[in-house]
Design a protein around this ligand. Structure first.
Ligand code: C5J
Length: 226
């Protein structure tokens, strides 16, 4: 006889998110030095990277919770191959950044796989056995094996955090929703260089009865399964 699935009921918008622990993964999107620390991609685009700092300790608490609950943990990194063969000109040549993707910066080449700036911040360093997905696009399903690997593991629900809310986090959540995943985004564990964009994103994800998914507060998540 198989044991009944362990469920965690999380108070959220637009209604409770009932997490089935055996079918759920925590996905932390792009919590990398390139976005969060000075001298990386985020700052090269003219952003104030200090706006992302509060998401780091919040994501660390979420990560500890997910590990304690035995959830699969997935870390993504936005990154490109050293020869930039996976970086289309439409991405590399956009805008007028101080340094473009692939240029040398204080933390190594901007947004290039394996460079110091491309690493996940120390406070969220992946443990052995946690998945690390390098993604060339904004969505974590685009040009990666994430979808196939999640399907093989029987994952049906994603709990999301990461940066930035309206770019890679939202894109991934929409990709996941279209692929049939139930998704919960954790408010304090995500951040944007544009606080208004973060709030607008949270609102649009849960509008119309949760058209894309759920949004929950960190304390509500941590209270589930405590
Ligand atoms: C951006 C991301 N903002 N990880 N990437 O270019 O959101």
């Amino acid at each position: 006889m198989t044991a009944p699935a362990r469920t965690l009921r999380i108070a959220a918008r637009p209604g409770p998110f009932v997490c089935r622990a055996d079918e759920a993964a925590l996905v932390l999107i792009d919590m990398q030095r390139d976005f969060i620390e000075p001298g990386g991609f985020g700052e090269s685009l003219g952003n104030d990277v200090s706006l992302l700092a509060p998401a780091v300790p919040a994501a660390a608490r979420l990560l500890r919770w997910a590990r304690a609950q035995g959830l699969l943990v997935v870390h993504t990194r936005e990154s490109h191959a050293p020869d930039l063969s996976d970086c289309p000109p439409a991405k590399r040549l956009r805008g007028a950044p101080r340094q473009r993707i692939g240029d040398a910066g204080p933390m190594g080449r901007i947004l290039v796989r394996g460079e110091p700036g491309n690493a996940i911040v120390d406070a969220l360093a992946p443990l052995a056995g946690e998945w690390q997905i390098d993604k060339p696009g904004k969505g974590a399903f685009h040009a990666t094996a994430l979808g196939e690997r999640l399907a093989a593991r029987g994952i049906r629900q994603l709990i999301l955090g990461g940066v930035t809310t309206e770019v890679c986090v939202q894109t991934t959540m929409r990709e996941a929703n279209d692929r049939g995943y139930e998704c919960l985004l954790v408010d304090e564990a995500t951040a944007s260089y544009f606080p208004d964009f973060k709030q607008a994103t949270l609102s649009m994800l849960v509008a119309q009865g949760g058209i894309v998914g759920w949004v929950g507060g960190l304390e509500q998540v941590l209270a589930a399964g405590a």
